[in-house]
Design a protein around this ligand. Structure first.
Ligand SMILES: Cc1ncc(COP(=O)(O)O)c(C=O)c1O
Length: 383
């Protein structure tokens, strides 16, 4: 049986007519840049995320970049972030000219460990960029408390986490000064190309963001600061607006699949239970930890697996799209060699980079697919 990493076509088939109608409307209007199509989607996004303002931008990467630029972050500044994320989290910081300062992660949540942040703060520190990795919110209360104490900006990288919330029901993208979302096609809410969104609860920050995405233009051809072309396409906004009302049911499908995996893997005797110790040699897997009351949206369903590389090869040979996010922590990336981090500096992330393995979890998976994947994992471990 073939179980791909993701099946975008299966989802598209269910909403094809609505997508094509929305796209046709944009073509018929020939209004490709901003306008009502974008404003309507921004309003819907603000309502969905409960953010006060939502600014449509060109990608999740630009959503972070524009937030950093909005705060004037650049050369000579330091920005604290997790070492375990997609490259864009750190790449955007470096592109402003600022220095990314990496922090190790919590071994249960895979998110930045708030207890390690304060030791990294210097007089140059301007911001903290926590990531809600795989769709699970980072532990924001201690992060915000540290930020408040040291007068730092908090920019949430919520690229993988739209609709996730903490144990008080507070949604990602509303917890820091900015929230940054990606609508890359494979995301839970994915466009027909690149797109993103920056949210904020602050009126003045929002007003500046809208200008920042238009080259810092305050009136036509009048620029008081340098921004960029960070606009979301009207076509993307129209398509994403069609998809947004389906997002919760898609996310619920992912959550159901995650629960089913837990049951199936447990029944097959390959669950190791909740451990922070290395899983090498333990003959099984650890399923994602979700703190009580949190809403994990399972952009990825990530196991920690004994003999991870062998398991992945075994599953891939059996046409199961298991993947590694991410094999190399950011402090070990060649492009950051001049920052002089060494192997051993971030022991948790370095360990987990060797253990993590994402199983397909997309909502259109059939029950038979889930059973097949669990059976193959069990077979690998001789169960
Ligand atoms: C954690 C994280 N940050 C940032 C991004 C960047 O988003 P995009 O690919 O839309 O530029 C992604 C998406 O891939 C991501 O997963």
């Amino acid at each position: 049986m073939r179980v791909p990493t993701l099946d975008l076509k299966a989802q598209y088939d269910t909403i094809r007519e609505d997508i094509l109608t929305a796209a046709t409307k944009v073509f018929d209007s020939q209004g490709f840049i901003l306008g009502k199509t974008v404003q309507d989607f921004e309003a819907a996004c603000a309502e969905y995320t409960t953010a006060k303002h939502a600014v449509g931008v060109s990608s999740g990467t630009d959503a972070i970049l524009i937030a950093l630029m909005n705060e004037g972050i650049g050369h000579g500044d330091e920005v604290i972030t997790t070492t375990f994320s997609f490259f864009a989290t750190a790449g955007t910081i470096a592109r402003t000219g600022a220095t990314p300062v990496f922090v190790d992660i919590d071994p249960r949540t895979f998110n930045i460990d708030p207890a390690l942040i304060e030791a990294k703060i210097t007089p140059k520190t301007k911001a903290i960029v926590p990531v809600h990795l795989y769709g699970l919110p980072a532990d924001m209360d201690p992060i915000n408390a540290i930020a408040k104490k040291h007068n730092l900006i908090v920019i949430e990288d919520a690229a993988q986490a739209i609709g996730a919330h903490d144990d008080q029901g507070r949604q990602v993208g509303t917890l820091g000064d900015y929230g940054c979302f990606s609508f890359f096609p494979s995301k839970n809410l994915g466009g027909a190309g690149d797109a993103g969104m920056t949210t904020t609860m602050d009126d003045a920050r929002a007003e500046k963001l809208f200008k920042m995405r238009m080259h810092g233009e305050v009136r036509q051809y009048v620029h008081t600061f340098v921004g960029g072309n960070f606009r979301i396409d009207a076509l993307q906004a129209a398509i994403l607006h069609v998809k947004l009302p389906h997002l919760d049911s898609w996310t619920e499908g992912r959550q159901r699949n995650a629960d089913t995996y837990r049951e199936l893997l447990s029944e097959r005797g390959v669950l190791l239970g909740d451990t922070v110790e290395p899983v090498e040699g333990k003959g099984g897997v650890v399923t994602p930890f979700v703190p009580e009351g949190y809403r994990h949206i399972y952009h990825q369903f990530v196991l920690r697996a004994d003999r991870r590389d062998e398991l992945m090869a075994f599953l891939n040979e059996r046409e199961i799209g298991a993947r590694i996010y991410y094999p190399i922590p950011l402090h070990q990336q060649e492009c950051f060699a001049d920052l002089s981090y060494k192997t051993g500096d971030m022991p948790v992330a370095e360990q987990l980079a060797k253990e993590v393995l994402a199983l397909p979890v997309y909502p259109e998976m059939t029950p038979e697919m889930l059973v097949y994947v669990a059976d193959q994992v069990a077979q690998f471990y001789g169960k």
